[in-house]
Design a binder for this molecule. Sequence first.
Ligand SMILES: C[S@@+](CC[C@H](N)C(=O)[O-])C[C@H]1O[C@@H](n2cnc3c(N)ncnc32)[C@H](O)[C@@H]1O
Length: 184
Amino acid sequence: MFQDTKLFLKEALRNPRMVSAVAPSSPALARAMAEGLGPGSGPVVEFGPGTGRLTEAILAAGVPPAKLTLFEMNEEFVRHLRHRFPGVTVVHGPAQTAPDHMGATAARVISGLPLLSMPHPLREDIVGAAFQVLAPGGVYVQFTYGPKSPLTPGQMVRLGLEVGHSRKVWGNLPPARVLHFRRA
Ligand SMILES: C[S@@+](CC[C@H](N)C(=O)[O-])C[C@H]1O[C@@H](n2cnc3c(N)ncnc32)[C@H](O)[C@@H]1O
């Protein structure tokens, strides 16, 4: 755990814009992001896993490694994730290219991406890509530190989405809100 935090901090200092946080998510936030997942929940995709704090919680919930695909842009994190989670597919590339790598098969996309620090068009591309890899009925789970959704009402309409679940996790620095997006 200490080694992970050290690597996270090193990469956050080297790539502050890409990582956009100084520490991994807390175990409480990771559990909240993985809530409802289990051995039978179907394929899961994770965007922006970093050192794997949410990955750990997804696997602990019972998702088999073979059913989990990660999209991470940072090369050091990719190397670390491949070593730490054998059997999990780790794609070294941006989340918004996910539809180039897989069809609409995922039951859930769990995102630890710093959407609030990204320009609005990129946020829309990323969430749009998530819904291209989600099967019908699939859910996009995103945490955010802000009081509002990272998508504007106009983007929600364009993407045909609604937010169906919102939970505040106080045990994280800073406290975070977990949002579940579904097709409206
Ligand atoms: C705030 S950190 C979150 C790390 C981890 N999910 C957690 O909650 O502790 C954001 C991560 O997203 C990655 N990232 C940023 N933009 C990305 C993109 N477009 N596609 C994939 N990964 C990206 C960064 O390299 C970093 O690992």
